[in-house]
Design a protein around this ligand. Sequence first.
Ligand code: ADP
Length: 181
Amino acid sequence: LLVNDLLTLSRLEGSPMPSATDWHSLTELTMDCEREGMALSSLMSPLGHVMSFVVPPDLYLAGAQSELVSAMSNLVSNAVRYTPGGGRVDVAWQQLPEGGAEFSVTDSGPGIAPEHIPRITERFYRVDRSRARETGGTGLGLAIVKHVAQRHGAELHIHSVLGKGSCFAIRLPASRVQRRA
Ligand code: ADP
């Protein structure tokens, strides 16, 4: 809903920076987003999607739980909404060699032409208005994702090939990642 997304954005702007000492298990963070993604998939298409969720069990992340879940869910929801039924959506967390961690959502959807990529995180920017109307977004999802990423010192990376699919990745710095036995 537009109102919800606008509220989320203005709340982000007014709230204190996310904690650097509040640790959350990646397994738990990803569980909500997995449940939502699966439900949305069967809602969008009778075929559903082939979905995978891969999460290392011992990784912890410092930050604002609701913000992180909202960013993750937005990326999964986009992948499901833009990828036709029967397609693939692969969601994964992995630790990076220098100690950071990456959350990635890879889909086999329509892809995004290179000229649009620098602009899709702008508020209300949409590649294809008619398609966006069908898929029921607000045009604010990626603006929220980018904002949450920035507040956590993370980067949003977008890689996409027209006709093949897209990969959206949030890379968090080592200072916010912990491996626990
Ligand atoms: P929307 O509510 O329109 O989905 P977003 O900010 O989440 O708003 O995304 C902006 C635009 O980026 C979308 O309208 C769509 O054109 C494009 N987009 C986002 N994610 C994907 C994806 N996984 N595959 C193809 N296009 C995408």
